[in-house]
Design a protein around this ligand. Structure first.
Ligand code: FES
Length: 219
């Protein structure tokens, strides 16, 4: 697969904007991998060649990075990348059960996509949202305090094309390709939308304030 001249021109324009933010072009490799993922739904061969060319790197250098990080996908993702946190706290709070039931319900396993191309499932490590365990993520937006039933309903609704709002973040859930574009550093203007820190995340702060506790001064 190679990019058509129109796609190539558009990608080049975006890539140049991103590369211009860094003192050395090679520093832009991670965002450029997200950029090509936003075009193809995964890091394709053509995408890796494009990154190498734009950054003056060898293809081996690009592949060495793209195959190291799990956020770069080697197969096309569905419209919705659904991650179930199975790390320690989420697991004991029900994450393992959610994974087992959801995977059976959707009929796909880890890193697999439903036949309609809508949903890809992944077992995720800690999402730094343990205070809302068990947590799921759809295209990297949080779905807090999940149960096996709510997880199955969520995936059914995504496959049915229903409008879904994450627990936190923008009201409207974007697609995997759209999320990848934002991760490349090209904002969609929704970063400040919707609720962010709340509830359990702020308990420690409330207790500290009530007791007059302060962080130690920096030396
Ligand atoms: S263990 Fe699931 S978010 Fe931390």
């Amino acid at each position: 697969m190679t990019y058509t001249p129109e796609v190539r021109e558009r990608l080049e324009q975006d890539a140049k904007e991103i590369i211009g933010r860094y003192p050395k072009p090679r520093s832009a490799l991670l965002p450029l991998l997200h950029l090509v993922q936003s075009e193809d739904g995964y890091v394709s061969d053509a995408g890796q060649e494009f990154c190498a060319e734009m950054l003056g790197l060898s293809k081996a250098e690009v592949v060495g990075v793209s195959t190291f990080y799990t956020m770069y996908k080697r197969r096309p993702m569905g419209d919705y990348h659904v991650g179930v946190c199975i790390n320690t706290l989420c697991a004991v709070m029900g994450g393992d059960q959610i994974w087992d039931e959801l995977s059976e319900h959707a009929g796909v396993g880890h890193d697999e996509t439903t036949p309609d191309g809508k949903v890809s499932l992944e077992r995720l490590e800690c999402n730094a949202a343990c205070d809302f365990a068990p947590v799921m993520m759809v295209n990297w937006e949080f779905f807090d305090n999940q149960t096996p039933a709510s997880a199955k309903q969520l995936v059914d609704d995504l496959r049915d094309g229903k409008e879904i709002s994450p627990t936190r973040g923008p009201k409207k859930l974007c697609t995997f390709k759209e999320a990848s574009r934002v991760l490349s550093g090209l904002p969609d203007g929704l970063a400040a939308d919707g609720p962010s820190a709340s509830g359990p995340s702020l308990e420690g702060l409330k207790i500290a304030k009530a007791n007059g506790w302060k962080a130690p001064e920096a030396p």
